[in-house]
Write a protein that binds this ligand. Structure first.
Ligand SMILES: Cc1cc2nc3c(=O)[nH]c(=O)nc-3n(C[C@H](O)[C@H](O)[C@H](O)COP(=O)(O)OP(=O)(O)OC[C@H]3O[C@@H](n4cnc5c(N)ncnc54)[C@H](O)[C@@H]3O)c2cc1C
Length: 418
């Protein structure tokens, strides 16, 4: 009896990245009426950094439900230990999955969800009683310069965090000058082996950040510097570890990731003609050079506040300072966010409890932890981690399985539709 009612629920999934697609596979199999809205193309965010190699092997980026569907369709799949670029992964797994899904559900590409409300309710209304009232969600969708409203019983927000970047200024706010100079600042991952590389030849580039994206950029800029001796690199990081800017995991199980960190650290710490590491430094100020179109960046030491700040002249800046969730989608809903990560609070607290340095050792939480005060609204995938960077597709797939299982099994999710 419960199943019959589940079948009537309209689930809207927002975002056709790996997690949105996985949710569509599992929910359609469980009998939900599913609509998938994607603001751009399939797995657009991954395609935008598609030249970068994933650090997890193919087998860790797939799910049993996805693999089953593709195997039944006789798709040709790579070995599970294959290390693919984002573009290759999209081509062999995500796009074929989306093509198969189109036969089952409505997939709307170039359709951006702009805002969401809970029926006619305002944000501050029906506090604590929304579960009993259950008005349908109203989603404002923009498609080909046309706007319309879609209604839904359940929503999975799988919109990711890329490309909503953090600011490079100290303390997380834009440094003075940063917003005006945005044309000379790259916040995403430029393909430095492709045509974008031209921009970085024979100039000085400032790289800010000490994650794996910064490591990739530094290694690629070092290759450019070898080819064009006029190319110079300044690397500013908050980290002060004498071993280098990138923290390496003890006995890292992902050899590609460890090798990247090792190489980047070596470039920073060994005397290198083209690279200067500014250890424990933050960007205090950016201003345009009066004469030549360059930028004067002022760096300040975090550990020695009394010391003189350093001024460097650079042609371009690559800010690899992370991404944050776009909260505008759920602004009118009752979402309880963590004040430190901007992710949903229950999951944020769970992740804090895990306290793992390596994303590989973070376990998936139970469905209860993924709930919000707004009933039937789930933030999933990388957005559910907020600014915490430890998200892995593997964990996201497990979360989907747990939620679908609970939605199918629990009478509370099966209350009559309004
Ligand atoms: C360089 C890099 C390397 C990474 N390597 C790995 C790795 O090796 N292994 C791993 O597990 N993870 C890796 N990650 C993390 C990774 O991004 C994710 O695991 C994965 O992409 C998250 O999937 P997602 O579906 O949650 O979000 P995304 O892949 O970001 O997908 C979100 C989708 O939502 C769409 N969207 C956004 N807003 C709207 C809207 N308002 N309306 C409609 N659609 C919208 C976007 O266009 C996009 O298609 C990496 C991340 C980066 C940046």
């Amino acid at each position: 009896m419960w199943e019959v009612e589940v079948h009537q629920k309209h689930l809207v999934i927002i975002g056709a990245g790996p997690i949105g697609l996985e949710a569509a596979v599992q929910a359609s199999e469980a009998g939900f009426k599913v609509s998938l809205f994607e603001k751009s193309g399939i797995a657009q965010n991954i395609q935008d950094w598609g030249h970068v190699k994933l650090f997890t092997p193919f087998g860790m980026n797939t799910s049993s439900a996805g693999m089953q569907l593709l195997t039944e369709a006789a798709a040709t799949l790579p070995a599970s230990d294959a290390l693919l670029s984002g573009r290759e992964f999209t081509g062999v797994y995500l796009k074929p999955l989306a093509d198969l899904l189109r036969k089952r559900i409505a997939v709307h590409e170039n359709s951006q969800v702009v805002a969401i409300s809970r029926g006619d309710l305002l944000k501050g209304e029906a506090i604590g009683s929304r579960a009993s009232q259950h008005p349908k969600f109203r989603l404002l969708v923009e498609q080909n310069q046309r706007e319309f409203v879609v209604s839904a019983d359940l929503i999975f927000d799988c919109t990711g965090v890329y490309p909503h970047h953090n600011w490079l200024g100290t303390g997380g706010i834009p440094s003075p000058g940063e917003r005006c100079l945005s044309k000379q600042i790259e916040y995403s991952l430029p393909d430095l082996k492709g045509p974008a590389a031209k921009k970085y030849h024979e100039i000085t580039t400032l790289v800010v950040g000490s994650g794996y994206s910064a490591a990739t950029t530094i290694c690629e800029l070092a290759t450019i510097a070898k080819q064009s001796p006029g190319s110079k690199i300044h690397w500013a990081t908050r980290s002060t570890d004498s071993q280098g800017p990138i923290s390496r995991m003890d006995e890292d199980q992902l050899s590609g990731r460890d090798e990247l960190a090792r190489q980047a650290n070596q470039l920073a710490t060994e005397n290198h003609d083209a690279i200067q590491w500014h250890r424990g430094c933050v960007v205090e100020h950016l201003q345009p050079h009066a004469g030549n179109g360059n930028i004067i960046a002022t760096l300040r030491s975090l550990n020695e506040p009394e010391s003189e700040s350093t001024q460097i002249e650079v042609g371009q800046i690559i800010a690899q300072v992370g991404y944050r969730p776009d909260r505008s989608l759920h602004e009118e809903l009752q979402i309880h966010e963590c004040y430190a990560t901007s992710g949903p609070i229950k999951l944020a607290a769970f992740l804090l409890g895990e306290q793992a340095a390596d994303c590989l050792s973070v376990s998936a939480c139970e469905a209860e932890t993924l709930k919000n005060p707004e009933p039937d609204y789930y933030i999933l995938g990388s957005k559910s981690y907020g600014r915490n960077t430890q998200f892995l597709m593997q964990t996201g797939y497990e979360h989907i399985t747990k939620i679908i299982a609970e939605l199918v099994a629990l009478p509370s999710s099966l209350s009559p539709l309004v």
